[in-house]
Design a protein around this ligand. Structure first.
Ligand SMILES: [Zn+2]
Length: 281
C-alpha cells in the first residue's frame, strides 16, 4: 500500500537543551527562546493546514505552561521527550519510568490527554537499554521514535522504515528518522545538522524515494533550528558543529517540503490501516 503522508516532528526544547550536554541550572528566564521559536513553527504549519507531532520535554512544559496548551489547541499531537533530557542509557528502568510519569502528568494536565508516543534525547535507546520498549508498552505508549539508523549515535544497520517491534509482540511501532543511504553510510538528512547542511533537493529526493516505496518519512527539528540568532552554549568542537554548525533558519527549507509533500502526525501514521502495513521485526 502506498503511503503518501510523512511526519514533520518537533522536539520541543530550548537553545540550552543540547542533547548529551548537562543542563545548566541557571539559565535566566529572560533568555528563554522556546516559546517564540515554537510560535514561528506553528504559524508556518497553520499556513499549510498541517498537523505535527511535538515531543515535549516535561520539565520545560512545566516551566512554560502555556506552550503545550497552545500546541494542543491548534490540533497538533503532544508526545513525550522525557523529563530531564538525560540520555536514556544513563537512567535506570525505574528512573526512566519516573521521568515518563512526570511528563505524562504535565501533558495530561495541559493537553488533556496522555501521550502515546515517546522520543528519547539523542536517539539514546539501543541494545544497551533492552528494557525501554517494555516500559513504554506497560505505560500505554503506542509508538517510539528513538532508534536511529545512523553510525555512531545509533545502529547504522537499523531499519529506515517504520516497523512494529517484535520484542513487544508488535504492540509498539518504531519510527526511525529519515536518513539517506549512500556508499559512505546513512546521511542524517532528516533533521539536526544534516537537515541544515545537505541540499534541500537531497532531502526532497530522499522523502520522495521513501514515499515511492510505500513508506512515510519522519523529519525532526527543534525550535532553535528556526532561531538562528539565538544564544549558544560553548561546546566542544564536534558537539558545537552538530548543534549549531551550518546554523541558519530552517524555516525556508521546511516551507519547501510543506509545498512538495503531505504531512501528518505520527499518531495518524499508526491508524489501523497503516499500522498493519508495517512489518514486525
Ligand atoms: Zn532533545
Amino acid at each position: 500500500m502506498a503511503v503518501f503522508f510523512n511526519a514533520l516532528t518537533i522536539d520541543v526544547e530550548d537553545w540550552y537543551h543540547v542533547c548529551g550536554v548537562e543542563r545548566k541550572q541557571s539559565i535566566p528566564r529572560n533568555s528563554w527562546r522556546v516559546f517564540a521559536a515554537t510560535e514561528r513553527i506553528l504559524k508556518l504549519l497553520n499556513e499549510f493546514n498541517v498537523k505535527s507531532t511535538f515531543f515535549v520535554l516535561g520539565s520545560l512544559a512545566a516551566a512554560e505552561p502555556e506552550l503545550v496548551k497552545l500546541i494542543a489547541a491548534e490540533g497538533h499531537e503532544v508526545a513525550s521527550h522525557g523529563w530531564s533530557h538525560e540520555l536514556v542509557h544513563q537512567l535506570t528502568p525505574d528512573q526512566f519510568r519516573a521521568e515518563l510519569a512526570q511528563t505524562e502528568d504535565v501533558i495530561q494536565a495541559q493537553a488533556g490527554y496522555l501521550p502515546v508516543g515517546f522520543r528519547a534525547p539523542q536517539w539514546s535507546v539501543s541494545a544497551r537499554t533492552p528494557w525501554v520498549h517494555d516500559v513504554l508498552v506497560e505505560r500505554g505508549y503506542r509508538y517510539d521514535s528513538s532508534l536511529s539508523p545512523l553510525p555512531f549515535i545509533g545502529d547504522r544497520k537499523g531499519l529506515r522504515v517504520p516497523y512494529r517491534l517484535g520484542s513487544t509482540g508488535g504492540e509498539l511501532c518504531e519510527f526511525p528518522p529519515l536518513v539517506t543511504p549512500t556508499w559512505l553510510g546513512n546521511l542524517p538528512t532528516g533533521g539536526g545538522w544534516g537537515f541544515r547542511f545537505f541540499p534541500t533537493a537531497l532531502v526532497e529526493s530522499s522523502v520522495g524515494r521513501l514515499n515511492a516505496s510505500g513508506n512515510p518519512a519522519v523529519l525532526y527539528l527543534h525550535p532553535r533550528d528556526v532561531d538562528p540568532d539565538g544564544p549558544r552554549l560553548s561546546l566542544p568542537l564536534l558537539k558545537r558543529f552538530a548543534a549549531y554548525g551550518t546554523r541558519n533558519d530552517a524555516l525556508p527549507r521546511i516551507r519547501r517540503l510543506l509545498e512538495g509533500f503531505r504531512f501528518t502526525t505520527l499518531k495518524e501514521l499508526i491508524a489501523d490501516d497503516l499500522l498493519h502495513s508495517y512489518p514486525i521485526v
